[in-house]
Design a binder for this molecule. Structure first.
Ligand SMILES: NC(=O)c1ccc[n+]([C@@H]2O[C@H](COP(=O)([O-])OP(=O)(O)OC[C@H]3O[C@@H](n4cnc5c(N)ncnc54)[C@H](OP(=O)(O)O)[C@@H]3O)[C@@H](O)[C@H]2O)c1
Length: 338
């Protein structure tokens, strides 16, 4: 380490509060520790003083040990953060100490006072947005853009149904679709969710808890169906989506929590495409495209994450229970760290 960097490091605290997981399991395995060493950024990483961290459903799948990718134990959960760059690795040229950033590329875990992150996945947070909002950008907006625009092929003038629009990814889909000139239909499970998605750009909002709501969606499309459906709970809705989708339309499965029986004849009649989407399959070119779109959206004001609820790190077990079991989502749940 050179002399300048040594003086930066010695000026920093050396220990921090962080959530540590020592065994996979239920929310109770999330333990707050107060003397965790502050990580050192590698040459291509930055050290971020975390102001807020996003709580994504995937954090709970990983914590339970059932997800395809398992971190080495012990680990600190959390991919999405927003905060201030505290230190940079020797090869980092585009970021400097003091920059306000958001990142979905944490390498040491975001549920902490400090984290390291790959500099390539760490971006400037526009001054239009608070740190709390910044913690809701990464996974939700990158997922939404890739599902809607890159995989869904959304074009101005088309009609999209966001099936589950009140959560973080759904709301990002609504804002992106609106900004690109689509007609936006969305569903939510509570009155507050319906109001939220309407305020964020849904032309027509429906309750996915109301009997017969799919018929109302068909009426709203003069019975031709949406051109694109972005699906947040495929194990519950895929058969309904196949019934609703327009001829030659596209159903993009973003969320799924089980298995489902479907009638393949519906897909034959519609000649529709059903495709899955996982953000972590995104190529570097796709990530560059999404960076540019999100950056423009922050500047122009339509990238505006809604914070449903804030938690302290001490409340991590409750927060993980809420993100999976609460009905009536209203955007992103986050930890407010500082
Ligand atoms: N494929 C990927 O790369 C990727 C990336 C990120 C997230 N995801 C997945 O995408 C899903 C959404 O993520 P998120 O972060 O937005 O979660 P979230 O904030 O918890 O939102 C969940 C959404 O699902 C809705 N929902 C609940 N029951 C529904 C139903 N019967 N029909 C339609 N929608 C229903 C909720 O609506 P109400 O609460 O209003 O009922 C809410 O809008 C999760 O399953 C997550 O794991 C996938």
């Amino acid at each position: 380490m050179d002399k300048d960097r040594m003086s930066v490091r010695s000026a920093l605290k050396t220990i921090m509060k962080a959530i540590r997981v020592t065994e996979f399991g239920g929310p109770q395995v999330l333990k707050l520790e107060i003397n965790v060493p502050i990580p050192e950024p590698a040459q291509d990483e930055v050290l971020i003083k975390v102001e807020a961290a996003g709580i994504n459903p995937v954090d709970t799948y990983i914590r339970s040990g059932t997800y395809a990718v398992k971190p080495t134990l012990p680990y600190t959960p959390g991919k999405d953060v927003a905060g201030v760059v505290e230190d940079v690795g020797a090869k980092v040229l585009h970021l400097k100490k003091g920059d306000r950033v958001y990142s979905m590329a944490t390498t040491s875990g975001g549920y902490a006072e400090y984290c390291t992150a790959a500099s390539s996945g760490t971006k400037i947070l526009h001054s239009n947005l608070s740190f709390q909002e910044g913690a809701g950008i990464g996974i939700p907006y990158y997922t939404a853009y890739r599902a809607l625009v890159i995989i869904g092929g959304a074009r101005p003038g088309q009609t999209v149904l966001i099936h589950g629009a009140s959560g973080a990814v759904g709301l990002a889909c609504v804002q992106i679709a609106r900004s690109r000139g689509l007609r936006v239909l969305g569903t939510a499970g509570s009155q507050a969710g319906i109001e939220l998605i309407s305020r964020n750009g849904c032309d027509v909002a429906f309750s996915h808890r109301e009997e017969g709501y799919t018929d109302k969606i068909m009426e709203a499309t003069e019975r031709t169906g949406p051109d694109i459906i972005i699906e947040m709970l495929a194990n519950v809705n895929l058969e309904k989506d196949l019934s609703m989708i327009a001829k030659k339309g596209r159903i993009v499965v973003v969320g799924n929590r089980g298995s489902v029986e479907i009638t393949p004849r519906l897909a034959m009649q519609k000649e529709c495409i059903v495709t899955g989407m996982v953000l972590f399959n995104a190529s570097q070119d796709e990530l560059n495209e999404i960076d540019a779109a999100v950056s423009a959206g922050m500047r122009d004001g339509w990238v505006k994450p809604h914070i449903g609820k804030m938690y302290t790190l001490e409340q991590a077990p409750v927060a993980h229970d809420d993100v999976i079991n609460n009905k009536g989502a209203q955007g992103r749940l986050i930890f407010k760290i500082c």
